[in-house]
Design a protein around this ligand. Structure first.
Ligand code: PLP
Length: 381
């Protein structure tokens, strides 16, 4: 059976061009960037070149990029690091953040920090005015996800960043799903801290970054040899970082064309899926990621759809990969005002570099029949 991967928001395959870039780091180029000899110095050169390439994607300076192991680590560092470095005690997040932001905020709450969660509208969008109202004299940081990993909604982060700047509060955005997919300019968008992850953009797992605007004080979470400007001790994973940079370079060259293809396929899929009786689009109809489709079907459970689709060789998900193993309804969908049973009826289809029109046509052939079959045996209809 042919297998079709439509879960690119969970993770992406490594682009063969990226794998090729990484090959030498698994053999001859194994040096430790902190070593003084030529093996170390060669690794250090690659590290700094990678930093420069990745900084260029978001109009940052290379010295403003800290490498981490993942977006989870970057988000932990952004929230906990800025909280621990501050004498103030209040953090603001949105109600549709990824679990790693939510859990970092919960940890801070347990450790004496005050947390405010800003609600979103039915499309999953934050109103910048709500952020403005929530900022107090004690606010250290506002953290709002750039584009939702579940429903694809893109937030008005330039406006939110502007408010934070005016109020002298740090602004962090989790750009794990937008970095390498849509244009980001940290200067124009008033971003102080930004998270990105390699494995979401056809790079390897095990590399992430945190952009930290020059002059911002962050406390490290990992102490040791003082790598990454003292902010992230641990021997640097040069091969993965070189792969991350190579993936970003491909996006710079090909991203525009790729997005045009994805938007066309996404819109076709949404249009056709909404023809199924009792189907609804989750997330913003216009301000959404080029590769994200999230639909819900009345009287149908998303998990059943995922299993049935898998039996037809199609891989998609109900929402965030981290929470799909639990049977809890998605906090993101609940935040948009859906009832738990509506949230349970949702299916996330995320397209990518190797998605073809043929794949979409196959999905469109199979899915309506599966929805019909599941509905026929639903006790709720
Ligand atoms: C928005 C968002 N933030 C954070 C993460 C965590 O990324 P990583 O797997 O690199 O830790 C993900 C991945 O699912 C994500 O989609």
């Amino acid at each position: 059976m042919k297998r079709i991967y439509l879960d690119y928001a969970a993770t992406t395959p490594v682009d063969p061009r990226v794998s090729k870039t990484m090959e030498p780091f698994l053999s001859e180029n194994f040096g430790n960037t902190m070593s003084l000899h030529s093996f170390g110095q060669e690794a250090k050169i690659v590290l700094e070149e990678s930093r420069e390439k990745l900084a260029g994607v978001i109009n940052a300076n290379p010295n403003e990029i800290i490498f981490t192991s993942s977006a989870t680590e970057s988000n932990n560092l952004a929230l906990k690091g800025s909280a621990l470095a501050s004498k103030k005690g209040h953090i603001i997040i949105s109600s549709i953040e990824h679990h790693c932001v939510v859990e970092s905020a919960k940890w801070l709450a347990k450790n004496g920090f005050e947390i405010t969660e800003i609600s979103v509208d039915k499309f999953g969008k934050v109103n910048p005015e709500d952020i403005k109202k929530a900022i107090t004299e004690k606010t250290i940081l506002v953290s709002v996800i750039h584009a939702s990993n579940e429903i694809g909604t893109i937030q008005p982060i330039t406006e939110i960043g502007k408010i934070c700047k005016e109020k002298n509060v740090l602004f962090h955005t989790d750009a794990s799903q937008s970095f390498g997919k849509i244009l980001i300019d940290v200067k124009k968008m008033n971003i102080d801290l930004l998270t990105a992850s390699s494995h979401k953009i056809y790079g390897p797992k095990g590399a992430g970054l945190l952009y930290i605007r020059e002059g911002i004080n962050i406390a490290p979470l990992l102490h040791g040899g003082g790598q990454e400007n003292g902010l992230r001790s641990s021997t640097v994973n040069v091969g993965a970082i070189a792969g991350f940079a190579a993936a970003a370079e491909i996006y710079k060259k090909e991203g525009k064309k790729e997005n045009q293809k994805l938007i066309k396929l996404r819109d076709k899929l949404i249009k056709e899926l909404l023809k199924i009786k009792g189907s609804h689009l989750n997330g913003d109809p216009k301000k959404r990621l080029p590769n994200n489709v999230n639909v819900r079907f009345d009287f149908v459970e998303g998990e059943s759809l995922v299993i049935q689709l898998d039996m037809h060789g199609i891989a998609c998900s109900t929402g965030s990969a981290c929470s799909s193993a639990t049977l809890e309804p998605s906090h993101v969908l609940l935040a948009t005002g859906l009832k738990p049973e509506q949230a349970h009826g949702s299916l996330r289809i995320t397209l990518g570099r190797w998605t073809t029109e043929k794949d979409i046509n196959y999905l469109l052939k199979v899915l309506p029949k599966i929805v019909k079959k599941i509905r026929e045996i639903s006790p709720f209809k």
